[in-house]
Design a protein around this ligand. Sequence first.
Ligand SMILES: CC(C)(COP(=O)(O)OP(=O)(O)OC[C@H]1O[C@@H](n2cnc3c(N)ncnc32)[C@H](O)[C@@H]1OP(=O)(O)O)[C@@H](O)C(=O)NCCC(=O)NCCS
Length: 160
Amino acid sequence: MDAVRSRWSSAPDVSRLTCRPVDGPLDRATHHRIRHEVFVVEQGLFAVDDHDVHDNDAATIHVLGLDDGCPAGTVRLYPLGAGVWKGDRLAVLPDHRRSSLGAPLVRFAVATAGALGGSRMVAQIQTANVRFFQALGWTRVGDPADYLGVLHQQMSIALR
Ligand SMILES: CC(C)(COP(=O)(O)OP(=O)(O)OC[C@H]1O[C@@H](n2cnc3c(N)ncnc32)[C@H](O)[C@@H]1OP(=O)(O)O)[C@@H](O)C(=O)NCCC(=O)NCCS
């Protein structure tokens, strides 16, 4: 019983977590600052900046994750055609990791693509995060391959 109680009391309070598309230039700058901190400064995946053509595409949806109102995470999604959507740039600031924001960001991207008529979402996942995505219902597609100098696994989830 004590074990149950202690697990319950340590369960994260997810009511403080929200995910939403960026709204205006300030939000957009915050989204990019978080990505920069994780993918450029922390991981060194990109030398200077992680912007690419999808950031300039009006079809791309940039998402912010907030922890108690504080911007702490990102994800980005865009259509590839034929009902397929791609999700990427999933990032949670180190100080907010394991506070359960990553999972809602992934679920938000999946729900958004589904609501917009998508049938499948795909993503290139760093192999360290494959179990995290599997727990969210994603499955592996093919074998891992090098992307930006890091092994990535293509994964996919049905949207309907
Ligand atoms: C991957 C990342 C977004 C996960 O965010 P997070 O906020 O730490 O994840 P959550 O707290 O929502 O985790 C949800 C669950 O998955 C587990 N989990 C998180 N990362 C995991 C991993 N890499 N492997 C296995 N499980 C993991 C958590 O323990 C938690 O489990 P629980 O619900 O049983 O407690 C975050 O670690 C991150 O930003 N990493 C650096 C950037 C990166 O790798 N981005 C993804 C590129 S593919």
